[in-house]
Design a protein around this ligand. Sequence first.
Ligand code: SAH
Length: 233
Amino acid sequence: MRKIILLILLVILLSYPVFSIISEEELQKRREEMVNLIKSRGIKDERVLKAMLKVPRHLFVDKSLWNSAYGDFPLPIGFGQTISQPYIVALMTEALRLKENDKVLEIGTGSGYQAAILAEITKNVYTVEIIKDLAEKAKERLRSLGYTYVKIKWDDGYYGWKEYAPYDAIIVTCAPDHTPPPLIQQLKEGGRMVIPVGPPGLYQTLWLIEKIKGKLKFTDLGGVVFVPLQRRK
Ligand code: SAH
């Protein structure tokens, strides 16, 4: 009998992290801590910090991962893909220098989290995802959170989204081994693009590319690790 009780206790103990419900207050507190960390790492743009304080990152991952949703690391979102590390989301968004009403294109919708951060800053957000299931889930999630104005397309983002081009800003959240020429073409004069470029599965360089008087200016923002940009067969 004692053995059975001990066994039951053990099962309850082991399953605690799965079944424990984290309160809204606790999640809000963790979100504040996440933003404080991002700030301490050098992110200054108030609009970016405000957006990250507001968007509930836990709602972009599976419930079983809620406990880790505000840690500064990537999390799995299925199909071998990940939601980016919060600091990298902040760094990339800040580098875009978005103004209200700027038109921004994202390649690699994934969970939709980065799109929601962009949508807190401007209403003109376009995002392309190559995995149909992820595109559909992100669409549903963004709708349910009130980001009804974010436009999502299931397609190979290598070609950008010509219909709404040119863009003030382009953010690529998967890594190609070269900068796709269509994305350069779809960037407005004076526009900013943030893109990780490098060999798949290794470190890539995060580039800020600015189009100034028709010429491209490249700024190295550091080493990053992103999932590869896939091509449609
Ligand atoms: N920005 C996402 C994280 C993206 S992970 C978020 O906030 O959750 C990278 C995403 O890029 C994956 O969902 C992957 O399926 C997608 N992807 C890879 N190659 C792509 C391509 N050619 N076009 C569009 N999306 C692509």
